[in-house]
Write a protein that binds this ligand. Sequence first.
Ligand code: GDP
Ligand code: MG
Length: 166
Amino acid sequence: KSGFISIIGRPNVGKSTFLNRVIGQKIAIMSDKPQTTRNKVQGVLTTDASQMIFIDTPGIHKPKHKLGDFMLKVAKNTLREVDVIMFMVNAEQKLGKGDEFILEMLAGNSTPVFLVINKIDQIHPDELIGIIDSYKERYPFAEIVPISALQGNNVENLLATLSNYL
Ligand code: GDP
Ligand code: MG
């Protein structure tokens, strides 16, 4: 099994921390290379069972930047072409403007979207259900997976679930 996974989410939600945990130092090397396609490969995770190619989707991460129609189209097309979209949010933060922007971009997409709730080490377990509900009513997520990218909680489970969609 092999496939492309786009990681999207507001700044500082933990995207790089996640990639560094699952892929290690290789990322730093790869992300310095010039783009050969419109999508930047951030890292490749190869196991006995699968190969996961994590990519960055330009145009999704900077809601403050005024994007032209063309850039929006490029970003939306990219989201159609990948196998899974990982939408990462910070468990400590309320759904904000940056998240709204991303949810608007995702609307009408048929690619499976994982809601990855990161930094669960920072919240009380009882808070999780409320967070899940607030996002659930906004989008039909294929999977909702709470993790701590920093401490590693549930990261193996996330990878196993991702591989089911490749
Ligand atoms: P990015 O902008 O989405 O790539 O976010 P980063 O990976 O750079 O992380 C932003 C900050 O959040 C850094 O200080 C990380 O150490 C911290 N961080 C990332 N994941 C976690 C987590 O699971 N728990 C906690 N407590 N902090 C985290
Ligand atoms: Mg980053």
